[in-house]
Write a protein that binds this ligand. Structure first.
Ligand code: CA
Ligand code: CA
Length: 277
């Protein structure tokens, strides 16, 4: 019995000892956690400072990257764009058919006479050209008919009466067979030029460069030409009244039925206006 009491007492002592050890370990763990937490808390401002620095550094990198991109884009734009001048650079180009020079407020790039393919032959070009009469220069050449493609001069054909003013014809009453002048014009302050058939004035906001009659080749001839607007007060080349033909300018008439009858009238000569904006 006595032994049992001693044994029980030893067991209780062991249990207390073990419990004490657990409590001690627990206290150590708790104290360690508290110390760590305190350490974490003390590091928090430093951590935030580091995060702020990283963020700022990232932002700085992003700003630097964006600046590099912008510089690259600016270089590309400068490579392909002229210096900004308020949007007036460039100018618009057109050919003033029937006049020796452009209007005074325009730049006459060059003047000449109209050329084209023969009115009654196949082949060649289908457009009228404004061919310079000054400073004609050659590169390599072999004289003689070699390629069988020719550039002719152009003249007025069957211009009728009452259509064209004689204001600029130097007292010549009829422009029949006279060679057709032309001038290539630049409108420095405009960006667009448009030829409008069947109108004698420009749309609102547009400026009229000139007006006249639509002209092209004769439908029975083999050649084809572009329609061009020829000034209703043409200049002439004095002394060119000989009938040389070549490329020809005829007044163009509307065909009612194919075009809507009203506004268009059968066989009525089509007007035109050249406008810029
Ligand atoms: Ca002629
Ligand atoms: Ca003729």
């Amino acid at each position: 019995m006595e032994n049992m009491k001693r044994s029980t007492g030893r067991s209780s002592g062991s249990v207390r000892s073990v419990l004490s050890s657990y409590v001690l370990v627990l206290l150590m763990v708790v104290s360690t956690i508290i110390v760590c937490q305190l350490r974490v808390n003390s590091l928090q401002p430093k951590l935030k400072e580091i995060e702020d620095l990283m963020r700022e550094n990232k932002l700085a990198e992003e700003v630097a990257h964006a600046r590099r991109d912008r510089r690259g884009a600016t270089d590309v734009i400068e490579d392909f764009s002229p210096p900004f001048d308020g949007g007036l650079s460039g100018g618009a180009m057109f050919t003033h058919w029937g006049r020796h020079a452009c209007a005074e407020d325009l730049e006459t790039v060059y003047a000449g006479k109209v050329g084209g393919s023969d009115h009654n032959k196949h082949g060649g070009g289908s457009n009228y050209l404004c061919v310079p009469t000054l400073n004609v220069t050659w590169d390599h050449y072999v004289d003689g008919p070699n390629s069988k493609t020719f550039l002719y001069g152009a003249e007025f054909e069957n211009p009728g009466t009452g259509f064209f003013s004689t204001d600029n014809t130097q007292a010549i009453e009829s422009i029949q067979d006279y060679d057709v002048p032309c001038a290539v014009c630049r409108v420095p302050t405009r960006r667009s030029v448009l030829t409008i058939p069947a109108w004698t004035s420009c749309p609102s906001g547009w400026t009229q460069q000139y007006r006249g009659y639509l002209m092209a080749g004769h439908e029975s001839h083999k050649g084809r030409n572009k329609f061009e607007c020829v000034d209703r007060a043409p200049d002439i080349f004095k002394g060119t009244y000989e009938n040389k033909n070549g490329a020809l300018f005829y007044l163009v008439e509307g065909v009612c039925g194919s075009l809507p009858c009203g506004p268009y009238i059968a066989n009525r000569q089509i007007t035109c206006v050249v406008c810029s904006i």
